[in-house]
Design a binder for this molecule. Structure first.
Ligand SMILES: C[S@@+](CC[C@H](N)C(=O)[O-])C[C@H]1O[C@@H](n2cnc3c(N)ncnc32)[C@H](O)[C@@H]1O
Length: 276
């Protein structure tokens, strides 16, 4: 696959502009995203996103940026991550996330090994680490868990390590499916079933805990379905959206009679837990 690399040069002193630009870029589904100094780079698959789509986003930005685009050949994201971005990460002094190739890392009670590939979910993104922080506060013993939008499978794998009975992991992306299977093997997880698909796969299954780190529109669209497969007193944790979107998410959650448990926020990203 070929990619359009959209690069934005931002004022280094303006943190708010960086966050706004990131949120705008995320409106189009990028395959990967990186930041170096004052430059933001988003990589969009050619054919799925056009330069005009990107230009429209740029025109809507409430400030001026220097923007350029170039077509890139197929990129080995794995290699890019290995070289540049994926560092061992310790969350809450308890959960270490590292790649198989990392040599120096601290010891921790839980160690999740993630092979970085085309899928999202190394813990380095705020939404993933906030979800992990929520999980660390729960007793998962014997629970049936759904990991919706599983990416690398990181959340389902951690839920399994925390003692849940079974994990169902679903993602629309086949790279995520393959990645989840591989990461289960790396972590000796044997109670996780992975599927390619979306909320339409859920049928009449039932879960005690649902994790959905996806994005605002999908969560708004599928929340009712998630609630319908959640057992009474079950817990739902959602993320993948900004603080500004929280009001819409809370509105939908209250329509569905969900009770808010706790909200975690980092760099404007939110992960929110509810009880049915
Ligand atoms: C932000 S990533 C989260 C990955 C991982 N769960 C984590 O927390 O790091 C969102 C994932 O949701 C998947 N996704 C997008 N739309 C979806 C849908 N309608 N149903 C299921 N998965 C979806 C994407 O392919 C992507 O892997």
């Amino acid at each position: 696959m070929q990619y359009i690399k959209a690069s934005f040069k931002l004022n280094p002193d303006n943190e708010t502009n960086r966050e706004i630009a990131t949120a705008f870029l995320a409106q189009l589904n990028f395959e990967s995203f990186d930041e170096s100094g004052t430059e933001l780079n988003a990589f969009y698959p050619v054919g799925k996103v056009t330069p005009e789509d990107i230009q429209q986003i740029v025109d809507e930005l409430p400030f001026e940026v220097h923007f350029s685009e170039e077509e890139m050949p197929d990129i080995n994201w794995n290699e890019e991550w290995e070289k540049n971005y994926f560092q061992p990460l310790l969350i809450g002094n308890e959960c270490l996330i590292r790649a198989p190739f990392h040599k120096d890392y601290p010891e921790a009670p839980y160690e999740i090994i993630i092979e970085p590939n085309m899928a999202f979910g190394t813990g380095n993104h705020e939404t993933t680490s906030l979800m992990i922080e929520h999980l660390m506060e729960l007793n998962l013993h014997d629970q049936l868990v759904l990991d919706m939008g599983c990416g690398t499978g990181i959340l389902g794998i951690f839920a399994s390590m925390l003692g849940c009975k079974k994990v169902t992991a679903i993602d629309i992306d086949h790279w995520a499916f393959e990645g989840t299977l591989e990461n289960c093997r790396l972590n000796n997880i044997t109670n996780l079933d992975a599927f390619i698909g979306d909320a339409t796969l859920l049928g009449n299954k039932k879960f005690d805990l649902i994790l959905a780190n996806i994005q605002k529109n999908i969560i708004l669209q599928d929340l009712e379905k998630y609630v319908s497969v959640l057992n009474d007193d079950g817990i739902l944790i959602v993320s993948g959206f900004y603080k500004d979107d929280l009001e819409d998410i809370m509105g939908k959650a209250s329509e569905l009679f969900l009770r808010k448990l706790s909200i975690k926020e980092r760099n404007n990203w939110i992960a929110c837990s509810f009880e049915k």
